[in-house]
Design a protein around this ligand. Sequence first.
Ligand SMILES: [Zn+2]
Ligand SMILES: [Zn+2]
Length: 262
Amino acid sequence: MMKAGISFMRINKIFVTHLHGDHFLGIPGLVQTISFSDRREPIYIYGPEGIAEAIDAVRGLGEYQLRFELIPVEMDGEFVLEEEKYRIRAVPVDHYIPTYGLVFEEKKRRTFLRERAEALGIPPGPLYSKLQRGEVVEFQGRTVHPDEVLGERKEGFRLVYSSDTRPLDVIKEASRGAVLIHDATFGEEYRDHAVETKHSTAAEAARVARDGGAKALYLYHISPRYKNGKELYEEAKKIFPEVTLAKDFMKVDMSRYKGGKR
Ligand SMILES: [Zn+2]
Ligand SMILES: [Zn+2]
């Protein structure tokens, strides 16, 4: 996060897809680093069965003072987090311990017509936010209705993260019109191994993206046996051309994937 230039202070919620080390052992370091700051707001950690014990272990690791709360939330079956601007749906996937895939959905919003707000003489700030939320505001003795400053409704973006899993219909169905980040641990030559270890091949990931109607596919969880993953990329590209090999610190402009067919 430091390298990526993302502030720890912005983290309020963490989703742990499953309790394999490569998916949650960054949390002790993250929590202890945040503990050096003056943070007081709690952090909610959503995870599968066993998350509360794992977070207890994190708290007991090392000597440090936590001035904020770590609140584990155990998910049991399908789980939905509704927020004002987005929704996160966690769906059980097919790995060899309880594991969740995540569907992030930006909610439909109407565009805020700033010029109109300015023309009405409304000062930027809290009144803008209220109007954006669709609330009527009183301003200098007059009533401004949100319709006066809001434009058309825009589709947000959808991001689907399969986590570690065999290919699944639930991920395929969630992928329509979405950007899909899918397990591609192996190539087809190790398909048996993928079945055994409950991961996917690059070709399988590509079929999920193609059959589900995803806008783009990012391959992740590449086995270290592949030096740069190029062969996995080639394998997937034959099936689904809009494929990219995900890399650490890669930045993707999601506005490219907003709207359109669903
Ligand atoms: Zn795993
Ligand atoms: Zn993993």
